[in-house]
Design a protein. Structure first.
Ligand code: SF4
Length: 427
């Protein structure tokens, strides 16, 4: 359920079925141009589609002119409390202005900003924060915080519409993940405008990423949300961008760069997989193609669930193997696994995305795999596969039983059912 309306932040479409746009916010003092521009370039390289900068002072609004001119991606000016700064940001050419109409000094000042935004064709991001809802919603906030947030957002939208302005997206920020999910679900049903999603003040890289993945991932999986920002307590804004991309990639909403698959490891591991995975992940950052690379901690499963990977490695104490699309490529000393993996990947690209296979080396690798495989070992992967197969069998048996019982059971409720304890969906 993408939003019906679409706006454009610079050249980036937001809403109306456009790809979910990734944004972040610089952590620098905006008026410090070298620092701000360096961070904008870093986040753009990491994959940010849009960047937001704080504009709390005159000198920041002044710096916006240069930032907008030099930024490789569209720039949103983030304004609170001061409508004059919003006016200056629009005049400086900001591609979008973020403000909360509730804290900008009253409807007249909002109207003044909107008049100028309309004149310049500048879209706005309007919204509400759980910490600063209007006074008349305080009791509702106490009784029903989700409804209070949604009501405040809908009132903001109504204000925009009364002023004849529809070039905006809406955000509704809460520090609570359940409230973020519930309020955005409700709001998506009530308004046609694009939604900016985020869990505000989510926390550190670790906890904030998880909260954001749960909150935003749930909404995005429902088709709700047109642009996302991951709020992390770090000065490295590019980390926010990386997390946003991982969420979008996990949901297959967008593709960017390689996908690394790695087993969780277990007692069968015989090499330092932590370091190997970290090194593979670091080196993959240099690649833009959505190639899939897998790292398995041992070969006891064979290539197993990594069969579909474009390239992969698995190792034992001294030797390991490189494979591609389920086929062994070559055997190499464990210490050289990562270097040799990347040589193979580079050869693949140099040959126009064709895997380069040396039959003698492949035969050697197959022999190594045969020695190290153990089809009888109960590995985590095999246990999971057995459990999945058992569930599938149960489901099939249920379906057969249901179809056998359906004609005779039609109209019966559970109590009357000839099979005690079984659920019937018809009554
Ligand atoms: S058995 Fe599975 S989880 Fe354990 S090290 Fe081997 S591949 Fe990794």
């Amino acid at each position: 359920m993408a939003s019906q309306r679409q706006i454009h932040v610079g050249g980036v479409p937001v809403g109306g079925g456009a790809p979910v746009a990734v944004q972040t916010m610089t952590k620098t003092e905006t008026a410090n141009l070298p620092a701000t521009m360096a961070q904008i370039r870093t986040v753009a390289d990491a994959g940010a589609d849009i960047v937001r900068v704080a504009v709390p002072r005159e000198q920041d609004a002044e710096a916006l002119k240069t930032i907008v001119a030099e930024s490789p991606i569209p720039v949103i000016a983030d304004i609170h409390f001061n409508h004059t700064l919003a006016l200056k940001a629009i005049e400086a050419g900001a591609h979008c202005v973020r403000l909360n109409p509730g804290n900008i000094g009253g409807p007249d000042k909002v109207a003044e900003v909107i008049a100028l935004a309309r004149q310049h064709g500048t879209p706005l991001r309007v919204g509400v924060n759980s910490g600063s809802l209007p006074k008349h919603l305080r009791q509702l906030e106490y009784d029903n915080p989700v409804e209070a947030l949604v009501t405040a957002a809908v009132e903001t939208v109504a204000l925009m519409e009364r002023l004849g302005f529809e070039d905006f997206k809406v955000s509704m920020k809460s520090t609570s993940v359940p409230n973020t999910i519930a309020s955005n679900r409700l709001l998506a049903e009530r308004i046609p405008y694009p939604l900016h999603l985020g869990v505000t003040e989510a926390g550190t890289k670790w906890s904030g990423s998880l909260k954001s993945a749960v909150g935003l991932g749930t909404l995005l999986a429902d088709g709700i949300g047109d642009t996302i920002r991951i709020s992390l307590s770090t000065f490295h804004a590019e980390e926010e961008v990386k997390v946003a991309w991982e969420i979008l990639k996990a949901l297959k909403l967008r593709e960017r760069g390689p996908d690394l698959i790695a087993c969780p490891t277990c007692g069968r591991l015989q090499f330092d997989m932590d370091s190997v995975v970290a090194e593979v992940e670091r080196r993959l950052e240099a690649y833009e193609d959505p190639i899939e690379v897998s790292v398995l901690g041992c070969a006891v499963n064979g290539i197993g669930e990594a069969r579909h990977a474009d390239f992969g490695i698995t190792g034992a104490k001294d030797m390991g193997m490189i494979y591609s699309k389920g086929e062994p490529l070559k055997k190499v000393p464990t210490a050289q696994l990562v270097d040799e993996l990347f040589k193979e990947i580079d050869r693949y690209y140099a040959a126009g995305k064709t895997v380069q296979r040396d039959e003698a080396q492949a035969a050697d690798a197959r022999a190594w795999l045969a020695e190290n495989e153990d089809a009888t070992a109960m590995t985590p992967e095999r246990i999971a596969a057995l459990e999945a197969a058992a569930e599938q069998e149960d489901a099939s048996a249920d379906a057969v039983l249901d179809s056998m019982l359906a004609p005779a059971g039609a109209g019966l409720d559970e109590a009357e059912s000839p099979v005690a304890g079984r659920r019937f969906t018809r009554s």
